[in-house]
Design a binder for this molecule. Structure first.
Ligand SMILES: [Zn+2]
Ligand SMILES: [Zn+2]
Length: 397
């Protein structure tokens, strides 16, 4: 606890009033500079990267930012801030990717980063796939199997790309470094530009006789089935990171990751916003007036709800804990909000019409002789605000 933490705004180098775009821009710059993939083995860079990632995770979330602005770091320590305390930051697994997935997509998804390949171990490129799931699968989580074509090191040449019996030669242009340095004189003094070696394409090696199985690339493609555990509470557009199921690394580096973007199908009656579910339930006028037990569909099945006598149309009902689980803690669930809407009957039997007329008379309204249902009252209409007017008001709101 004693360890002092830097202010999140200071970490990102932004003002307290920075908007989302400014935060993202600031974080992106820091992430680019200090990302562990760019600074292998550099503990200081990793620390800076994590610090910035943590700051961004908090400040980019309006709720967490509000808590942080109010309580500072204390908001996320030992659950002091209540509301599902943020706790320790986990930089592995789905947790990480659904916060940062979009940024890493921008940073590394383009495939350009292999340009500066060096002799050191390099992590392979990430592979992106998408999976479509149902509304319920998103709420409760599911297991999916994905067909993914992945590159593997060619077994015939052991990934060298050279015909068996031969071996790749060190590139003469870059001396095996994969990069060439150009020194230029400029207005600012001597500038060094590092570029990918044009002769070997950054591999540092030249293959004279190519392996016939992989045409000298060192890789072969294999179709694989990969099991994906979709966590309960995942939302449309979020990604799941599956470690080391991407493309092979170079020089003994680990494979890249598989990033699975989840798209959630629309549900015919439920809508979702974050952890809450919304739906509309029709009730009859009689149920609304007299009160009734009605069945309400939720993701947990039907729930019996007691409509109070005299319920108005558009009454909102909260079914606590019937919403979506938190993707970080499935014990925490949102709520299901139901709007009760009174249905005006359209097709009535003669008997039902009679009953309704009789009801209207008892309510102090007088329908005109033709029974057209016109809202215009005659006679006693001025004395009391009639049922028809009340109904009309209820629907005009
Ligand atoms: Zn080969
Ligand atoms: Zn070269």
């Amino acid at each position: 606890m004693a360890e002092s933490k830097r202010d999140y705004y200071e970490v990102l180098g932004v003002g307290k009033d920075a908007d989302d775009a400014a935060l993202k821009k600031a974080y992106r710059q820091i992430a680019k500079k200090y990302h562990p993939d760019m600074n292998p083995g550099d503990a200081e860079a990793e620390k800076k990267f994590k610090e910035a990632s943590e700051a961004y995770a908090v400040l980019s979330d309006p709720e967490k930012r509000r808590q942080y602005d109010q309580f500072g770091h204390a908001a996320f320590e030992g659950g002091a801030g209540g509301a599902g305390g943020f706790g320790g930051f986990d930089f592995s697994g789905a947790d990480f990717s659904d916060i940062f997935g979009d940024i890493f997509g921008d940073l590394f998804g383009g495939g350009g980063r292999r340009g500066g390949r060096s002799q050191g171990p390099m992590k392979g490129m990430n592979v992106r796939k998408s999976v479509r799931i149902t509304f319920e699968e998103a709420v409760f989580g599911c297991e999916k199997e994905l067909d993914v074509v992945l590159k593997d090191s060619c077994p015939k040449c052991n990934g060298t790309g050279a015909k068996p019996g031969t071996s790749p030669e060190t590139c003469p242009k870059c001396g095996g470094k994969g990069q060439v340095v150009y020194t230029q004189q400029s207005f600012f003094g001597t500038v060094q530009n590092v570029q990918t070696c044009p002769q070997c394409g950054g591999t540092g090696k030249i293959v004279r006789e190519k392996c016939s199985d992989c045409q000298g690339t060192g890789y072969v493609s294999n179709r694989k089935k990969i099991a994906v555990t979709v966590p309960a509470g995942i939302d449309n557009g979020q990604s799941i990171r599956i470690r080391e199921k991407g493309e092979p690394g170079a020089n003994g580096g680990p494979r890249g990751d598989l990033l699975v973007e989840v798209s959630v199908s629309r549900h015919p009656i439920f809508q979702r916003q974050d952890m809450h579910i919304f739906s509309t339930v029709p009730i009859s006028f009689a149920q609304a007036a007299l009160g009734a037990d009605v069945k309400i569909k939720t993701v947990d099945g039907e729930v019996l709800y007691t409509v109070k006598p005299g319920t108005k149309t558009d009454t909102k009902v909260r079914l606590k804990g019937k919403g979506v689980p938190s993707v970080r803690n499935s014990q925490v669930r949102g709520d299901h909000y139901v709007t009760l809407v009174i249905q005006t009957p359209e097709r009535l039997s003669a008997e039902a019409k009679e009953a309704l007329k009789r009801f209207d008379e008892l309510s102090g309204n007088t329908l005109n002789a033709a029974g057209t249902g016109s809202a215009g009252n005659s006679g006693s209409g001025k004395k009391r605000k009639g049922f028809m007017n009340k109904m009309k008001e209820a629907f005009d709101e």
